[in-house]
Design a protein around this ligand. Structure first.
Ligand code: ATP
Length: 232
């Protein structure tokens, strides 16, 4: 097993379990997952429906807490944080990209990208804003509202929003699930570019094995466990 120094690891999970319900209704959504996520790497998670992929991503993103086990991000244990600190963690350390984009319809693309920075009184780097909106091809759509953009355009805005704060982790749940093949390829190429250019750690769920080929590492989940790709 490779030895890593702390700064080579973005996240580390130890023996996490997530159970829902009780007795005959007990669902073991995660049933003992331990792994390290290397900084700057593009990790993809594949697995059948119900295998625990989204549950795992939600725990990493501090949107839910494990029933058992520990989660560290940048060396800080997050599963025991109180809700206000967890909210700060989500805002400052994590960028989320969803299948349905989750943009705020009445705000412009620019306002959407800067929304959580504004909420946290954070000052985004204007040079970085210009650079990523240019790279993502959003420069002339910044004053449009999301509804005026194609699905691919909306997902690019969501990528810019996820990246603008230079988070430790970008978590993407089926980001191309609502896009046609051409837009999917475009969005994936841009995500890969962002990973390579900014050494951005990305963890992404996909159902598509072809898409998984472009990852640095593929984790396969089955019945709440990682059944391949965990050797770190
Ligand atoms: N809030 C909840 N309450 C009860 N059961 C839940 C809850 N969330 C998830 N589950 C169950 O936990 C298991 C894992 O769900 P999860 O959504 O993580 O799987 P998934 O691999 O992401 O599936 P998909 O590919 O369909 O999105 C499933 O059996 C699901 O029904």
């Amino acid at each position: 097993m490779t030895e890593y120094t702390a700064d080579q690891i973005t996240a580390s999970v130890e023996g996490i379990k997530k159970y829902y319900g009780k007795g005959p209704n007990l669902v073991k959504a995660l049933d003992g997952v331990s792994l390290k996520i290397e900084r700057g790497k593009f990790t993809m998670i594949i697995g059948t429906s119900g295998s625990g992929k989204t549950t795992f991503l939600n725990l990493l993103g501090g949107q839910d807490r494990p029933t058992e086990g520990k989660i560290f991000v940048d060396g800080t244990r997050i599963d025991t944080l109180r809700e206000p600190e967890l909210a700060v963690y989500r805002r400052n350390k994590v960028g989320f990209i969803y299948q349905n984009f989750n943009l705020i319809p009445m705000l412009t693309v620019r306002e959407n990208i800067l929304f959580s920075q504004d909420m946290g009184n954070l000052k985004p780097d204007p040079g970085f804003f210009d650079e990523i909106t240019e790279t993502l091809g959003l420069k002339d759509r910044l004053d449009a509202c999301p509804g005026e953009l194609s699905g691919g355009g909306q997902q690019k805005a969501a990528i810019a929003r996820a990246l603008i704060g230079r988070p430790s982790l970008v978590l993407a749940d089926e980001p191309t699930g609502n896009l046609d093949t051409k837009s999917s390829q475009n969005v994936l190429a841009l995500l890969r570019l962002m990973n390579e250019r900014y050494h951005q750690t990305i963890v992404m769920i996909t159902h598509n094995l072809e898409i998984a080929q472009m990852a640095d590492r593929v984790l396969r989940m089955e019945d709440g466990k990682i059944v391949s790709g965990e050797a770190l």
